[in-house]
Design a protein around this ligand. Structure first.
Ligand code: GLU
Length: 392
C-alpha cells in the first residue's frame, strides 16, 4: 500500500504530457510535442568544453553538498552583475535543478497547515511541492484581461495569519508575463506590512526576455532578508538535462536547505557544476542568438494562432510559452467529442491533431492551454495548421 503522501500527489502535468507524446511517437504516430518547456538548441560549445575539461581533470568525487566553492562565488558575481543583489557564498545552495531548489525551500520553511500563496497561473509543481510539505496552496486568480497579473489588493486579501510563503515567477511559466519593477514594488509594499511572510522568487526565465527589464524582488531592501531568489541554467543555456539550479537566500535558510539536501541527494552532479561555472560567468551576448530565435518564434506562433477563432491571446514578454484562453470552445462538440474544459481540449488536440500541449488546469487556470514554442519553426507551423484544421 502506497503512502497517503504519494497517493495525494498529482503527477507533473508537463512531464506526463511529454511522456504520453513520447509513447505515441514510439507507436509510430506523428506527434508534434509542444508540451515541454525545453529549448531545442544544443548546449553552447564553451559550456560543453568546460564539462569535458572537468571530466579530464578528474572531477569525479562528491562535491560539497551546497556546491563547489568557486561555483558559489561565480553565482554571487552573477547575482551582483545581473540583478544588483549582494549575496555571500554562504547564502548560496546549488541543487539538482531549480525544482529541487524550490522543494528544499518548501521543506525547510513550511509546517503542516501553513498557507502558500500562488499567484495564478503558476508553474505546475509549486502546488504539488507545497502539498508534499503538508502546506495548503491558496490560489490568487488572474485572467487574460490583466495580462495574467495579480494586483496588490488581491495579494493583501489572500493573506491570513497562516500565510507563510508567496511564490512569484517572472517571467512567468506559462503566461510569459513579466512583473515590472513598479508592479513588484507595489506588491512588495503589501508584503512589507507582513514581516512573517517569506517570498520565493523563481527567476529561471530571467534571460528569456523580449524587452521588459528584469527585476528581482529581493532588490527591495526591506524584503531582502526574507526572499529566496531561485535561478538555474536550464532555460537560458539550453541545459535542461544537466540539472543545475541554485538559490540566493538568507544564510539561515541556505543552511537549512544544505541540511535537507544532505539527507536527500547530496551535492549536485560534479561535471554539471563545473560546466555551470562557465555558464553563469558568461555575458548574455553569448546566448542572445537563442533569445532572438525564441522571439521570432513568438511572433510566428502569435500570428498563426490569431487566425484561429476562439483563441484569446496575451502577448508574452518572456519565457517560451503562449497561454491562450480557449474557454469559448467549452460546451462545444467537435468531431463527435464534447469539450467541457481545458483538459478535454488538450486531449482532443492530442488525439485529433496529434499535437501535445498542456492543460491550463495544471497551472491554476482552467480556461487556458499552454503551448510551448521552444520548437522549430517547421514544427510550430505544422502544429498550428493541424490545430486549425481540426477546429474548423
Ligand atoms: N519547466 C518545464 C515545463 O514547464 C519543464 C518540465 C517540468 O519540469 O515540469 O515544461
Amino acid at each position: 500500500m502506497l503512502s497517503n503522501r504519494i497517493n495525494s500527489l498529482p503527477a507533473s502535468a508537463t512531464l506526463a504530457m511529454a511522456a504520453k507524446a513520447r509513447e505515441l511517437k514510439n507507436q509510430g504516430i506523428d506527434i508534434i510535442g509542444l508540451s515541454l518547456g525545453e529549448p531545442d538548441f544544443n548546449t553552447p560549445e564553451f559550456i560543453k568544453d568546460a564539462a569535458i575539461q572537468a571530466v579530464k581533470d578528474n572531477y569525479n568525487s562528491y562535491s560539497p553538498v551546497d556546491g563547489y566553492a568557486d561555483l558559489k562565488v561565480a553565482i554571487c558575481e552573477k547575482f551582483k552583475r545581473d540583478n544588483g543583489l549582494e549575496y555571500q557564498p554562504s547564502q548560496i545552495v546549488v541543487s539538482t535543478g531549480a525544482k529541487q531548489s524550490i522543494a528544499n525551500v518548501c521543506m525547510v520553511l513550511l509546517n503542516p497547515g501553513d498557507e502558500v500563496l500562488l499567484p495564478a497561473p503558476y508553474w505546475v509543481s509549486y502546488s504539488a511541492i507545497a502539498t508534499l510539505a503538508e502546506a495548503k496552496s491558496i490560489i490568487i486568480p488572474s485572467s487574460i484581461e490583466t495580462d495574467f497579473k495579480i494586483t496588490p489588493d488581491q495579494l493583501e486579501a489572500a493573506i491570513t495569519p497562516k500565510t507563510k510563503l508567496v511564490m512569484f515567477n517572472s517571467p512567468n511559466n506559462p503566461s510569459g508575463t513579466i512583473y515590472t519593477e513598479e508592479e513588484y514594488r507595489a506588491l512588495g509594499a503589501v508584503l512589507q506590512k507582513y514581516p512573517d511572510i517569506y517570498i520565493l522568487s523563481d527567476e529561471i526565465y530571467e534571460h528569456i526576455n523580449y524587452g521588459t527589464p528584469h527585476f528581482s524582488i529581493a532588490a527591495i531592501p526591506e524584503l531582502y532578508d526574507r526572499t529566496i531568489t531561485v535561478n538555474g541554467v536550464a532555460k537560458a543555456f539550453a541545459m535542461t538535462g544537466w540539472r543545475i539550479g541554485y538559490i540566493g537566500a538568507p544564510e539561515w535558510i541556505a543552511k537549512a536547505c544544505n541540511k535537507m539536501q544532505g539527507q536527500m541527494t547530496s551535492g549536485a552532479n560534479c561535471i554539471a557544476q563545473r560546466a555551470t561555472i562557465a555558464a553563469v560567468s558568461a555575458t548574455t551576448d553569448k546566448i542572445q542568438y537563442m533569445v532572438d530565435e525564441f522571439n521570432n518564434r513568438r511572433g510566428l506562433i502569435l500570428n498563426l494562432l490569431s487566425e484561429i477563432p476562439g483563441f484569446q491571446l496575451n502577448e508574452p514578454q518572456g519565457a517560451f510559452y503562449v497561454f491562450p484562453d480557449v474557454s469559448s470552445y467549452f460546451g462545444k462538440t467537435i468531431k463527435g467529442k464534447t469539450i467541457e474544459n481545458a483538459n478535454d481540449f488538450a486531449l482532443f488536440l492530442l488525439e485529433e491533431a496529434h499535437v501535445a500541449i498542456v492543460t491550463g488546469d495544471a497551472f491554476g487556470n482552467p480556461d487556458c492551454i499552454r503551448i510551448s514554442y521552444a520548437a522549430s519553426e517547421e514544427e510550430i507551423k505544422t502544429a498550428i495548421q493541424r490545430i486549425k484544421n481540426v477546429l474548423s
